[in-house]
Design a protein around this ligand. Structure first.
Ligand code: 6PG
Length: 242
């Protein structure tokens, strides 16, 4: 894992935006299209904003596929929806191909919602394993060391692409999430962490503490061909021994 430290959230966001556009561009030159797994929560919002304000013209967004790393058990119009927030902040400002947008479709039944999302991800371009090729994966990090909706204490051994999570300590309690199994298909991961509240979790990640799901997520990405960058601002990185 490569550690990148920034003075503040805006320099971090600028770098996340540039790295992402670079990687999406190189995937497009290699494969003709690119796949971006979006992260929910608040931290990435500044990064989405940088892209939508400054970098809209730098890429042929029609060639990019978008999917969600995790979603709350709500429909995309709900104020809690990760997809809905990203649509407003970013997707609505890009010239995307509607066909390449993969929002999680809401089902009242959580298991069914996870299964349906899993099935829809097979529309993505496949890699040599016959599994979805994930060119860029953004990951948030929770104070307890969670990432996506993979929380400490959950059974993370599932081998479907998407799992239902019904006991999230972070509200809302019901969610769906990409699994560790799916993250093994990632080619490039960016973990984004800002603010003092994340310092302990960041330390666990840097120390490879596997009790923190984010550390397991990074290990999975690196287990095949993936490269991971951890981007932290001064506060989130304050407990890292340099
Ligand atoms: C969500 C998430 C979650 C998030 C972290 C960090 O649905 O909230 O996707 O995993 O990435 O909890 O969230 P913040 O960036 O809001 O702190």
């Amino acid at each position: 894992m490569n550690l990148l430290q920034f003075d503040n959230n805006s320099t971090l966001a600028e770098c996340a935006a540039k790295l992402t556009i670079d990687r999406l561009k190189s995937a497009i030159s290699e494969f003709g299209d690119a796949v971006w797994v979006l992260a929910g929560g608040n931290t990435p919002m500044t990064c989405y904003e940088v892209i939508s304000n400054k970098y809209v013209d730098l890429l042929d967004w029609q060639k990019v596929w978008f999917l969600m790393g995790d979603e709350r058990h709500v429909n995309t119009e709900h104020s809690d929806s990760n997809w809905g927030a990203i649509e407003e902040q970013l997707l609505s400002k890009l010239n995307v191909s509607v066909d390449h947008l993969l929002p999680p479709a809401y089902s009242e039944n959580l298991e069914e919602m996870a299964k349906n999302y899993s099935a829809s991800l097979y529309r993505l371009p496949a890699n040599g394993n016959g599994r979805p090729r994930l060119d860029v994966v953004w990951l948030g990090i929770g104070e307890d060391g969670h990432s996506l909706s993979l929380f400490p204490g959950n059974d993370l051994s599932m081998t479907d692409l998407v799992m239902p999570v019904s006991n999230s300590p972070k509200p809302p309690s019901e969610r769906i999430s990409l699994t560790l199994f799916t993250l093994a298909q990632a080619r490039y991961g960016l973990v984004l962490a800002t603010g003092e509240a994340k310092a302990n979790a960041v330390k666990k990640l840097v120390d490879n503490d596997m009790a923190a799901p984010v550390a397991q997520a990074v290990e999975k990405i690196e287990s095949r061909e993936g490269t991971v960058y951890l981007l932290v601002d001064r506060q989130a990185g304050s407990l890292i021994d340099n």
